[in-house]
Design a protein around this ligand. Structure first.
Ligand code: NAD
Length: 491
């Protein structure tokens, strides 16, 4: 583990790499900074400046809206085979450009190169899946007497305003673009200003594969200004958002004013139920890898470890021991197992939440502090016996911290899993088949991992319940979310 100044050490040893010039893509034109306001993009491994991003003004957004309206009319009429060719072509290009795109993501978000490469593959798989899926939209014929006909047909919902956050700078834009493009919608993507280069690279794959320039655009800006202007426009027929619950609720209200459709992928506070009939060391290996992926900045991250008291001490000590030996460093170095946090807000939030828990009486076993003086590194942290009213037990920590508490009964464990208003991911480890069925029924969650941490895939609907949002991305359901039904009755 790099102890005192990971970024300086990595900067000296790390491979040379270049960060692209930044722009918006409106109606096929690459819009540079020019006279516009800018956002300074930082490298979270060093705190150094990577580039300057132009921020849209009202005229830019209106131009994008006008192009999206045109793009929708062009793209909705494209045959499914053409959409499929664009998606599979983009998947091929993303694969060819994997290393280039992954490096941009690591530079601007901090995650390890290994994680960024996997993220590119997530987009490759999703685009390939939707290339097939968009050719299987059949609709339905209703049974009617001779001479009458009633059909249910699918149509694309219309231009989509899609807002993608910084934590999966490749995968989130891939999700926001893939399903609408498959459905025949146009998209205005506003990816996070903090990680714009990866989003631009993903969109460029689609444009280079033949997506009409009006059908896929990328704007950046002051988030509140952009979302208000786009969602106020009748051109936009659907809002797709991934981010915090608080921003999601705000955007849903804006969308409601024009009755726009919504897909909302919001926050979580992943519960992990660990029973005493499992191989604890195997569970520890799986859960520590999952917990510290992307420095814990993952909406489905396992967060609240709800452990049967018989295996609590072994689990807590094993987690802390593994967390202590994790190699934290610049994501560009192949030896790093965890990179820095993505922006300076995250270490601040960690200090606040972990400090608050410790003051409330929680036991701190390892971590609980920043690493180094440059960049946004935070030590993998393990807390136990945390009072339930501590903020960290109620707010999504979105960081490298495991919260481990002991419980006496299955009923208490399920009650704790369901205590919060979130319901995105949950995990359970038990070999008891009857208990697995009870948990499947009782745990309030959009996605449940039973004896696994793998809860996403191109063919699997991804989404939450309660305050974690509604609607799905990925899978056939992600495509359906970009379609509307029309029922046609013929006499
Ligand atoms: P934030 O909530 O302000 O921003 C989250 C994302 O929403 C960013 O990408 C941001 O650009 C966007 N956003 C914010 N206000 C917006 C608006 N008015 N219109 C459109 N987009 C808007 O704050 P943050 O510091 O970036 O993240 C804070 C919390 O958000 C995290 O702790 C985490 O709980 C949550 N988050 C969740 C996800 C996820 O995958 N569900 C991703 C990123 C952040």
């Amino acid at each position: 583990m790099i102890a005192d100044n990971p970024s300086a050490a990595s900067a000296a040893r790390g491979p040379a790499t270049s960060y692209p010039a930044l722009h918006m893509i409106i109606d096929g034109e690459k819009i540079p900074v020019g006279h516009r306001r800018t956002h300074t993009v930082l490298n979270p491994a060093t705190g150094g400046v990577l580039g300057h991003l132009p921020l849209a003004d009202a005229a830019d957004l209106d131009r994008a809206l006008e192009a999206a309206a045109r793009g929708f009319r062009i793209w909705r009429d494209a045959p499914p085979q053409q959409r499929a060719a664009v998606l599979s072509g983009a998947a091929r290009l993303a694969l060819e450009r994997q290393e280039h795109i992954a490096r941009i993501a690591t530079l601007e978000e901090g995650k390890t190169l290994a994680e960024a490469r996997i993220e590119v593959m997530m987009v490759v798989n999703l685009f390939n899946f939707y290339a097939g899926e968009c050719q299987r939209l059949y609709g339905r014929q209703l049974a009617r007497p001779p001479g009458m006909r009633s059909s249910v047909i699918y149509e694309p919902v219309g231009p989509v305003a899609a807002f993608a956050p910084w934590n999966f700078p490749i995968g989130n834009p891939g999700r926001k673009l893939g399903a609408p493009v498959a459905a025949g919608c146009s998209v205005i993507l506003k990816a996070a200003e903090e990680a714009p280069g990866s989003a631009l690279a993903v969109l460029q794959c689609l444009l280079d594969a033949g997506l009409p320039k009006e059908a896929g655009q990328a704007v950046f800006g002051v988030p509140d200004e952009v979302s208000r202007r786009l969602l106020a426009s009748p051109v936009i027929r659907k809002l797709s958002f991934t981010g915090s619950t608080v921003v999601g609720k705000h955007l849903m209200k804006l969308a409601a004013d024009d009755c726009k459709r919504t897909t909302m992928e919001l926050g979580g506070h992943g519960a992990v139920l660990i029973f005493d009939d499992v191989d604890v060391e195997r569970v520890l290996n799986a859960m520590t890898a999952s917990k510290f992926r992307n420095a814990g900045q993952v909406c489905v991250s396992p967060t609240r470890f709800i452990v049967k008291q018989e295996v609590f001490a072994q689990f807590r000590d094993g987690f802390a021991q593994r967390a202590r030996t994790l190699r934290v460093g610049n994501g560009l170095e192949e030896s790093s197992q965890m990179g820095p946090m993505a922006n300076p807000r995250r270490p601040d939030a960690m200090d606040r939440l972990i400090g608050g828990a410790a003051r409330a009486g929680a036991q701190l076993h390892t971590g609980g502090h920043r690493i180094g003086t440059q960049g946004y590194y935070y030590a993998p942290t393990v807390l136990s016996e945390i009072p339930l009213d501590a903020r960290i037990m109620n707010e999504e920590p979105f960081g490298p911290v495991a919260l481990i508490n002991p419980y006496a009964t299955e009923e208490e464990m399920i009650a704790e899993a369901n205590r919060l208003p979130f319901g995105l991911s949950a995990f359970a480890w038990t070999n008891d088949a009857a208990r697995q069925r009870r948990l499947t029924r009782e745990v309030e969650t959009g996605m449940l991992g039973l004896n696994t941490t793998m809860i996403a895939g191109a063919d699997a609907p991804f989404g939450g319940v309660k305050w974690s949002g509604h609607g799905h991305e990925d899978g056939p359901e992600g495509l359906l979310a970009c379609l509307i039904l029309k029922t046609v009755h013929e006499g």
